[in-house]
Design a protein around this ligand. Sequence first.
Ligand SMILES: NC(=O)c1ccc[n+]([C@@H]2O[C@H](COP(=O)([O-])OP(=O)(O)OC[C@H]3O[C@@H](n4cnc5c(N)ncnc54)[C@H](OP(=O)(O)O)[C@@H]3O)[C@@H](O)[C@H]2O)c1
Length: 309
Amino acid sequence: MRIFLTGASGYIGSAVLDAFVHAGHQVTGLVRTPEKAAEVAARGGSPHEGDLHDAESYRHAAEGHDVFVHAGFDYARGADTDRAAIDALLAAARAGDARRPRLLIYTSGIWVLGAAPMPVAEDAPLNPVANVAFRPGHEQLVLSSAGSGLRTVVVRPGIVFGGARGIVGEFFRDAVHGLIRVVGPGDNRWPAVYHRDLADLYVKLAQHAEASGVFHATDESDERVNDIVAAIAAHAPKTPDIRRVPIKEAQAKMGPYALALALDQVVRSPRARALGWMPAVRSIAGNAARLFEEWRAAAHPRGQDAGRE
Ligand SMILES: NC(=O)c1ccc[n+]([C@@H]2O[C@H](COP(=O)([O-])OP(=O)(O)OC[C@H]3O[C@@H](n4cnc5c(N)ncnc54)[C@H](OP(=O)(O)O)[C@@H]3O)[C@@H](O)[C@H]2O)c1
């Protein structure tokens, strides 16, 4: 299959790139700098330089692919650019021979569900926290665009872990620097997913010709933030302080993002499981030692001795 991937240099996107390349597919990855283009090429993809904000810079290049994966996000520009990107990918997917099966995968997230102290699946009503208030509309646009040979899928990953990036990657970095900050009391549960397991789900979704609609991607380990940071702290070179920042104080500093981090969520992924998707790495706390090594290797690839001081 030929895959057009936005966010190819991103945390999720680079894992998705690796997974499709590993499965023998051809991936065109959207990037915005020559440096990121070189990274994508080194991972086995074909880079295309363009900007999510400027649909004309990539819409034509996207035409002719079989699968369109939107894993990019411009945090500086936000919802409008995301909407423009969906429109551009839909236009590219609809161009050409309408009989050719095509697939669009949109990356959303579990924060659209809001607080979920009891287990919820893909059929749960949405109650997005403020920083993702735009997401349900974008999900609906993607889902309602299916038809005439176009299959559409929305993936809602949990909080992604693995490697050096993301929210959990920041915990490892902070642990090395001696202070981990937790938003709120920390007894809330985070749905989580290992980056490479998440990427495998994207490949499965492309390979299952009947898969469409919403898919949660969580490892169902239901770990509390306190347990995650305690395990990370236990594997740090020197025991770091853990500071629990009152939600209001965190909100004043970080805005609505703080409310998302304080959510208590138990999120199930039955539709992905039904496709045979089985996360290989379940639990951040239970794998903290291994994840610390992964973090070191990814954050300091040239063998600098980070995290051992
Ligand atoms: N990480 C998580 O835990 C998580 C969980 C659930 C859902 N999500 C969602 O998944 C999506 C991807 O998240 P992520 O964690 O992978 O983010 P990320 O690491 O910041 O990646 C974002 C990607 O988008 C690219 N990008 C940003 N602005 C662009 C522009 N104007 N033109 C072209 N490319 C642009 C970035 O390119 P550069 O490399 O040049 O910056 C990067 O490749 C987001 O929608 C996020 O909300 C993430």
